[in-house]
Design a protein around this ligand. Structure first.
Ligand code: ZN
Length: 349
């Protein structure tokens, strides 16, 4: 079968090539790939900056935002041939740490977890893949290709769950959220904010392209100014940029007893011209919480699947701005600024 593979830590080694069919030991459920979403992590792996091959191998099958059709459900009772499924990305560490032991592998304490398409387990960018039935999440068939948005939705399902859990440390009635960054994670975070009944604001640099209209179509307000100038004090800020200046301004702009959730990963960049002591004083005097959130466990996968099924499917469809064939995977990785979610399509839904 054909697959998109890469030799981790070596730039320029990605290729579309023939590899053996997936081994039965990888899971009793056999799946035909429909589509795989591309994100910044895939780009980093292809650039040789991230990623680990499976033990004993030099190459890794790329891809962690999956969607496939069950070809053979195996002996598991919960799936049948033709079901649309998405594969969970992370597997608990083998020790296991206390969090992995209770199924909260997203909160792994020792970093020895593994991840499909990223860390020591082959990913989903192959014509066929296998999965353990307990890690296959069935998606509403009406979603079709939109099921490929499930993995990024799990990231914000977890982030929102934790925002609300943090907020409940005291009496709290959040009304407004500012999402910074209108990429796929930011827009899906905004969608979940609307589903929670909040007044949603989204801030991004883009003044043209699909982002402003997608935000308005959600019934939310779009801003292109700096966080310091949005003109209100949000109860929640969800940062999906990872940009230092945006984060520092968010920590000052958040309302009293508000929660800043950091969901973006940045590297370097300009040092914000805001002193740490000033940011800390603002947090102290307003009882603010700033926390980070990554990955998702099975509870969030379930919640995300429910959220997607409930969402306006035509709005979700506009998030997928480009579809490429697997042999053109390098074009899929070279995203332009108007792209939101690019997917590599292996077969028709
Ligand atoms: Zn762990």
């Amino acid at each position: 079968m054909k697959a998109i593979t890469v030799e981790p830590e070596k730039p320029g080694t990605a290729r579309f090539e023939d590899i053996p069919e997936p081994d039965a030991r990888e899971g009793s459920v056999l799946v035909e790939a429909i589509a795989v979403g591309v994100c910044g992590t895939d780009v980093e792996i292809v650039e040789g900056k991230y990623g680990w091959a499976p033990p004993g191998k030099t190459r890794l099958v790329l891809g962690h935002e999956s969607l496939g059709r069950v070809l053979d459900p195996g002996p598991s009772g919960g799936l049948k041939k033709g079901d649309l499924v998405v594969g969970i990305v992370r597997r608990p560490d083998p020790v296991p740490c206390p969090n992995c032991a209770v199924g909260e592998w997203d909160m792994c304490r020792n970093g020895q977890y593994t991840e499909r398409g990223i860390k020591q387990i082959d990913g989903y960018m192959s014509e066929h893949w296998r999965i353990e039935p307990e890690y296959a999440i069935k998606v509403d068939p009406s979603l079709g290709i939109l099921g490929v948005l499930l993995e990024p939705t799990t990231v914000v399902a977890k982030a929102w769950e934790h925002v609300l859990a943090v907020g409940r440390r005291a009496f709290w009635e959040p009304k407004t959220v500012l999402v910074t960054g209108a990429g796929p994670i930011g827009l899906l975070g905004a969608l979940l904010g609307k589903q929670l009944g909040l007044e949603v604001h989204v801030l991004d640099r883009a003044e043209t392209g699909p982002k402003p209209e997608l935000v308005r179509a959600l019934g939310a307000t779009y801003h292109t100014c700096s966080v310091a100038r949005v003109g209100f004090e949000p109860d929640v800020i969800m940062d999906c940029t990872g940009v230092g200046q945006v984060i520092a301004e968010s920590m000052l702009a958040i309302g009293a007893s508000g929660v800043v959730c950091l969901a973006g990963i940045g590297h370097g960049g300009a040092v914000p011209k805001i002193a740490t002591a000033d940011v800390a004083s603002a947090a102290v005097l307003k009882n603010n919480v700033v926390f980070g959130s990554v990955n998702a466990n099975k509870r969030h996968w379930y919640k995300a699947a429910e959220a997607l099924a409930r969402a306006d499917h035509s709005w979700l469809g506009r998030l997928i701005t480009k579809r490429e064939r697997p042999e053109n995977f390098m074009q899929a990785l070279a995203r332009n600024s108007d792209d939101i979610k690019v997917v590599i399509q292996f077969s028709e839904v």
